[in-house]
Each structure stands twice: as C-alpha cells, then as structure tokens.
Design a protein around this ligand. Structure first.
Ligand SMILES: Nc1ncnc2c1ncn2[C@@H]1O[C@H](COP(=O)(O)OP(=O)(O)OP(=O)(O)O)[C@@H](O)[C@H]1O
Ligand SMILES: [Mg+2]
Length: 506
C-alpha cells in the first residue's frame, strides 16, 4: 500500500503544487498524485514546519518550551512544495492543475524503477532519496549528445568518469581518455581492457596547416609557405622510399641545401634566400619547443592504434600545456576527419567505429577566455560530432572557465557539488535544462552525490554515484601521516648510521 504524505492546498498549478502534511517527508523525495485519469509524478522541493498554536510573535523561550512539552508533535504541521515532473507514462506535464485536496503519495519502487532504470543503459548509481532504485543512463543519447561532468575539486568527477568508462566497457564501447594527470592509466577497469598510447606525433602525420601553425608561418608569408611545402614534400618522398632519417631534420637539410643553391646562383634572390633560411630556423625552433611530442622513429599516428572495444588512454601529465594542446588538437581533428570520411565517401583514411572522447581539465583546452589550438575542434565536435559518432565528455572543476559555446552543446550534465555562484551562473546560462530548483541543490550535495540531467535520463535526477573500486589515486593525501613516516625514516637512517660507525669501531 502506498504512503499518503499530505494533501494539496492553496492554489495549485500544472507544474507546482503546495501541500500540507502531518507526517515528515524529506526534501527530494519522489511522490505521485492521481487526478484527471493519470498518475502524475513529482519531487518534493521545499519543506517548512510550523505550529498551530505557537504564533510568530511568541518570543519567550521558556513559554515555547512549556507549550511544546504539553502539545508534543501533534500541534505541528509540515508545508511543502512539489515540482511536477509529468505523468508516469510519457512524462508530459498535465494540462490542468491538481484539484485542491488531492492526496500526495510517496512514489513506489515500481514507479521509480519505471522512471530511472526500466530502459537499456549503463548504471551510474542509485536515486539519492531511494537507494533501492538504480539509475541508468541511455548510452546512445549520452555519447551522441555529449556529456559534461562538472563540480568543484574533490567532489567525485573522476570517480563518476571511471564508473561510466567501466560500464561502457561492459557493453563493448570504445573510449579515448586524454589523461591530464595520468590517473586513468593507474585505474583498474574490471569490465574490459585498457590500452595506453604514448603521447607522440610522428611529424610525417602532420599536415601543412599544422606545420604552419607549429612553425608560426603566417598566411601572408607566401615564400616561406612555398619552401615549407617543398621541404615537406621532399621529406615525405624520402620517408615513403624508406630513405628518410628524421622527418623534420630532412626538411631542415633540404632548406640548408636550397639556401646554399640560391646563394650560389648567378642572380641572387634575397627574399627567397631569407624565406628559406627563416623556414630552416623555424623548424629548428619547433623541434626545440615541441620535441617532447614529436617522434620521427616508426611511431604510428595515435588514431591508427586506437583499439575498438577498449579504453584507450593517452597519459599527458609529463607534457607542458602547449604540447598537450597541440596533441589534443591533432588527435581530435584526425578522429573527426576520419569519421566523416567513413560516414560519407568511404575514401581516404577512415575510422570505422564510433568513439567517446573524454577530456579531463577541459577548461584548460576549451577555455572561455584564452585562445587555444584545440578549442576550435572541441567546439566543432560538440556541434557536429553527433552526426558522425564522435562523442565528447568534458570534465571540469572550473565550469566558469569552460568555453560557453562548447558547454551549451553538452546536452547531458552530471553536476556534483558546486558551490561558487559564478560557476553555477555560467552553467545555467549555457544549459536550458538546469532549472532554478536544481541549481539550489548543488551547494548542499555531498561527495559522490550529483544532479543528472539531459536526454540520457528521462527526468532530472539526484543520484548517489557508485563508488568506483579500481581507483588508486584521487583520495586526499594523508599529509600528517606522510610527514610523520618521512621523519621516522630519517631518524631510523641516522640511528643505523651510528650503529654502523660503532660496528666499524669508529
Ligand atoms: N561516488 C562516490 N562514492 C564514494 N566516494 C566517492 C565518490 N566519489 C568520490 N568519492 C571520494 O572522493 C575522492 C575524490 O573523488 P574524485 O577524485 O573523483 O574527485 P574529483 O572531482 O575528480 O577531484 P579533482 O577535482 O581533484 O580531480 C575519491 O577518492 C573518493 O574517495
Ligand atoms: Mg579528478
């Protein structure tokens, strides 16, 4: 039998209902009302407790104590507000407001299961107010309509990301993680295999526009571009014939020879000599700056070695910000280009499976304020990726610094504890589905608790996200313990040295 929580009173509307109750329900509890031939689901948003006999102007603490002692709890009532989610079948908002006096009943497990876990999908956790009801996310909607995982630091973003990865692996999903802190490499995923891919680009896989950017050759510098292209073509030809040594160094050798040739020509063309010298200098500068990600040995392009049905992880913690930016841009550009080829002409290089790309610390690359190299392609995938099976998951602890264009294309959000008003305002501006009611809940969430919204779930849900067991880092460090054990070790070493000296008779 269902529990009656209270009855509607005052003025009701199709989306909000106020109620009074003698019992004490909880905020965020799911309820239902039956009227106009439908079962209408709702969530308790607000609760107030009052007394029938104690008036507001009674300011004497002793008197209040005595009256409460005599009357007990019977004198008290609860007033609350229910936000209507829609009818159980289609989640449509009813056309008419609930009649005054309609019973508000506690939702049953069956009803909640219909809402949150009846469909195919991956399990993320349980309903916060009803731990016996599991919450599943629609995978197709999540990947093709993109996902944002936002929260302040330490609130549980990486934990939630790990849960999602492991669940996707169970279903045979292909995931690519840009692992900024090299933490996913150390994570154990029990449902599938992991593949680590070195963060290296073979310069032969870069195209001319990429070389131009890395060498800082501006669009108007036609002579420089000409020699860059010539050098590139020569190095490519050598590489194809198996005669190349180091791609960029082959390009530089070409430039040096060319400069020599031009210097020794009968009529010297100063502007051409300068241009070819400039390119040689710029290529050397490129090697100095980005040597950490360029590798001319036989490395394949990262996209060539991504494996289907696995979580592919690129560890990036050893790279600087600019190198990371270049690498992410190259890989995402290549993925989108190949998926487009696969879905349209079938010509050129293709990638024959959809892919879910997870970017941690996304506000650094898709930054609201700073121009970065990868921002453009992240935005493009956010806008067009859906059509080509390229999914995006942006994880950020500083949502206010996240590019608002990309953020607005993330149709699904998992928002854990988020306290800063400027972060909240930025997210709300970019996401229509984040209502005022949901926004108010964000600061009071505990670690691992989240508001989940978007097309991957039938209704916005407050969830306790499962704790992922395979993570070895992410916990706060036991600083005190580490200091104490380091001190103990040092003292132990000193004592040992003394003992050694005594043993040696010194
Ligand atoms: N759903 C959860 N259930 C239980 N504990 C959790 C949950 N989520 C996170 N935690 C705890 O909180 C710690 C921090 O979580 P996590 O590393 O996921 O936070 P984060 O938001 O990614 O932090 P950062 O901003 O530093 O990357 C975890 O190590 C774990 O102990
Ligand atoms: Mg994290």
């Amino acid at each position: 039998m269902s529990d009656i929580i209270g009855r509607c009173y005052g003025e009701t509307s199709p989306t909000k209902v106020e109620f009074v109750s003698k019992t004490v329900p909880a905020v965020n509890e799911y309820v239902y009302l039956e009227y106009a031939g439908k079962t209408v689901m709702g969530i308790i948003d607000n609760l107030l407790r009052g007394s029938f006999t104690l008036s507001d102007d009674l300011l004497n603490e002793d008197t209040i104590g005595k009256i409460v002692e005599i009357e007990g709890q019977n004198d008290q009532y609860i007033r609350g507000v229910v936000t209507i989610l829609g009818d159980l079948e289609k989640l449509e908002i009813p056309r008419t407001p609930a009649p005054i006096g309609t019973e508000i009943k506690r939702a049953t497990i069956e009803q909640l299961s219909t809402l949150f876990s009846s469909h195919e999908g991956i399990r993320i956790g349980t309903v916060l107010s009803q731990p016996e009801v599991e919450v599943k996310l629609d995978v197709n909607k999540m990947v093709s309509r993109h996902l944002g995982i936002l929260a302040m630091t330490g609130a549980g973003k990486s934990n939630a990301t790990s849960v999602i990865i492991d669940e996707l692996l169970e279903l045979g999903g292909t995931i690519l993680v840009f692992d900024m802190h090299s933490e996913y490499g150390k994570t154990v995923f029990s449902n599938g295999d992991k593949k680590e891919i070195a963060p290296k680009i073979n310069p032969r896989d870069l195209n001319i526009p990429e070389f131009k950017k890395l060498c800082n050759v501006s669009d108007g510098a036609t002579n420089q571009e000409k020699y860059l292209r010539d050098a590139y073509d020569v190095a490519r030809a050598l590489s194809k014939e198996g005669k190349g040594n180091n791609f960029v160094e082959d390009m530089i050798s070409f430039c040096l020879n060319k400069a020599n040739e031009l210097e020794n020509a009968e009529t010297k063309n100063r502007s051409h000599i300068d241009a070819v010298n400039q390119i040689s200098f710029k290529l050397e500068d490129m090697l100095r700056k980005y040597g950490s990600i360029l590798d001319s040995t036989n490395v394949s392009d990262i996209v060539d070695v991504i494996e289907v049905g696995k979580v592919n992880i690129i560890p990036l913690s050893s790279l600087g910000e600019t190198a990371t930016d270049i690498l992410v841009k190259h890989v995402l550009n290549e993925i989108l280009y190949r998926r487009k080829n696969f879905m349209t002409t079938g010509k050129g290089k293709t990638l024959d499976f959809p892919i879910f790309n997870i970017i941690e610390e996304a506000h650094i690359l898709a930054s609201q304020r700073r121009p970065t190299r990868s921002k453009e392609v992240i935005g493009r995938i956010a806008r067009e990726g859906r059509k080509f099976g390229v999914g995006l998951c942006l994880v950020s602890q500083s949502p206010k610094s996240l590019d608002s264009e990309s953020l607005s294309q993330l149709n699904n959000l998992i928002i854990l504890r988020l306290v800063e008003p400027s972060d909240q305002a930025h997210v709300q501006k970019s996401s229509e589905s984040l209502s005022e009611d949901l926004l108010k809940k964000l600061p009071s969430l505990n670690v691992g608790e989240a508001v989940i919204l978007g097309q991957m779930t039938k209704v916005p849900t407050m969830v306790k996200i499962d704790e992922f067991k395979g993570r070895s880092i992410g916990n706060d460090l036991d600083i005190l313990g580490l200091w104490q054990s380091a001190k103990r070790e040092k003292e132990e070493r000193k004592k040992q040295q003394k003992r050694d000296l005594i043993d040696m008779g010194l």
